[in-house]
Design a binder for this molecule. Structure first.
Ligand SMILES: Cc1cc2nc3c(=O)[nH]c(=O)nc-3n(C[C@H](O)[C@H](O)[C@H](O)COP(=O)(O)OP(=O)(O)OC[C@H]3O[C@@H](n4cnc5c(N)ncnc54)[C@H](O)[C@@H]3O)c2cc1C
Length: 460
């Protein structure tokens, strides 16, 4: 069977591409190939009791499957051009915002209505940040929460499953240009399509690099963000989180003039581990469901690093530091801020005696043996800067988990339609290096679906 459009990857990019294409032209024959499982079969075996750490499942239920890396995420859809990707550089600022708002409408009409939208517009926090050498970035954020996010994805799947051919547990290994389009191959067979949209996300980064190499598609290295996840009593941060849910705050360090930023705030949430290609790092979740809320808030503090000459592989640098922390801690390390400042490792007794009850069982240790001095100095400086707008952040008992690494895919050379040098071969979402967030990845999927339909209309 030859398809009109083949989509590789069923993360937000792939899902919203298929959704929009079906809506605009229901006669289109569309196939979606996904290395992971259908949503309800995505189950990570870590239960905190029998299985406490990652056992390296293939496919990883957290990163792969319907919903992609975002399926069990906090479901924060940020509507902004200030962070989350550089989609606006390709499609224009207004179009990017319009598409993110459209994605929000779709989420709301599929179970997300009733969730809260926060905005930095007219926030008094902006002034308070400025007075303390911090910058609050502009954004509106729809917080679906892990539970509602899951429901929205389930509803989207129910709507698509009879109109689109889904192939789960089908890892596409190769892509070949044919006379009439593209042939994709897995170990179980091959399929042809006139157009091909690649949306393989972060978990497909190595594969993407390989395909670009094989097809002669130009790429350039991207940055890596490194740092820690901070966990503290929710009351300390509630002025910020009650008003904005997630405040994206940037600090420029005095010592090195590096930028340190907050990332992924989870009010009353939990700290979790994440496994990327066998490397265990830390992340955070929160829930809309009152019953699942904790007494803590967590967020990451990250410093961006970009290497270009002679060492180019920024991600490898991030992976090496994460591996070092895995080697020392057998996974994630946790340290009290007071212990870090006193130059001593944390021990379980001191953590147990503290005021912050950890939501993740991690190995008490010393983050200064893992993170380079320059990065750690920047993080410590920012903790003191945040302490001025939210007194208590720099308390001794504040917990720091490490390491948190935000990997970015290398950037693929694309035109303003997000198309490669091959006619009809598009790369969208985080796999393209252009987006790094749910809303940008989803918007890129909608954009490409519309461009494909518009171009066909122009030709006929
Ligand atoms: C724990 C966690 C929490 C997050 N929280 C947020 C948040 O609150 N807000 C936010 O904006 N972002 C968040 N993110 C980031 C967000 O999930 C991603 O930016 C987004 O999912 C990217 O969408 P995507 O479609 O580009 O890629 P992905 O979601 O990564 O989907 C790609 C899919 O392609 C499949 N695939 C890869 N290679 C192949 C292949 N060769 N053949 C077949 N299938 C393949 C994968 O299995 C995967 O399912 C979070 C990420 C994680 C891991």
């Amino acid at each position: 069977m030859k398809y009109d459009v083949i989509i590789i990857g069923a993360g937000p990019g792939g899902i919203f591409s298929a959704y929009e294409m079906m809506k605009l032209d229901p006669s289109k024959k569309i196939a979606v190939f996904e290395a992971g499982n259908v949503l309800e079969e995505r189950k990570c075996p870590i239960d905190g009791k029998k299985i406490k750490s990652c056992v390296g499942c293939d496919p990883c239920a957290i990163m792969r499957g319907f919903g992609g890396a975002g399926a069990f995420s906090d479901g924060k859809y940020n509507i902004t051009n200030d962070f989350g990707g550089t989609l606006h550089e390709f499609i224009g600022r207004d179009t990017a915002i319009e598409l993110m708002e459209y994605v929000d409408e779709i989420n709301c009409s599929h179970g997300g209505a009733g969730t809260k939208m926060y905005s930095t517009t007219d926030s008094p926090l902006k002034k308070k940040c400025m007075q303390n050498k911090l910058k609050l970035l502009d954004a509106s954020v729809r917080h679906l929460g892990t539970d509602i996010n899951y429901i929205v994805l389930g509803n989207l799947y129910d709507e698509l499953k009879d109109k689109v051919d889904f192939f789960f547990r089908t890892m596409i290994e190769g892509i070949e240009k044919t006379d009439g389009g593209y042939r994709v191959e897995s170990k179980d067979g091959s399929w042809e399509g006139e157009k091909c949209i690649i949306s393989v996300g972060r978990s497909g980064s190595k594969w993407m690099e390989d395909i670009c190499g094989r097809m002669g598609i130009q790429t350039k290295s991207n940055r890596v963000d490194l740092g820690v996840r901070v966990e503290l009593p929710a009351v300390i941060f509630e002025d910020i989180t009650n008003e904005l849910y997630e405040g994206k705050i940037v600090y420029r360090t005095e010592k090195f003039e590096d930028k340190v930023r907050t990332f992924c705030m989870n009010p009353n949430g939990i700290v979790v581990t994440e496994n990327t290609n066998g490397i265990v790092t830390v992340n955070g979740h929160s829930f809309e469901d009152e019953g699942k809320k904790t007494e803590n808030t967590n967020f990451a503090l990250l410093v961006a690093k970009h290497f270009s000459e002679p060492f180019k592989d920024s991600n490898e640098y991030g992976e090496s530091i994460a591996r070092l922390s895995n080697m020392l801690g057998g996974g994630v390390i946790v340290q009290r801020f007071g212990d870090l400042e006193r130059g001593r490792r944390s021990v379980q007794k001191r953590i147990d005696e503290g005021n912050v009850r950890p939501t993740l069982q991690a190995t008490p240790g010393d983050l200064s043996l893992v993170l380079p001095k320059r990065l750690l100095d920047g993080i410590i400086e920012m903790i003191y800067a945040l302490d001025k707008i939210a007194p208590g952040v720099a308390n001794d008992d504040t917990l720091l988990y490490g390491v948190e690494v935000k990997f970015y895919n290398m950037e693929v050379l694309l035109d303003e339609d997000l198309m490669t040098k091959y006619e009809g071969l598009y790369i969208i979402g985080d796999g393209s290096g252009v987006t790094h967030s749910l809303s940008h990845a989803s918007a890129s999927g909608i954009y490409v679906a519309r461009r494909i339909i518009e171009k066909e209309a122009d030709r006929s």
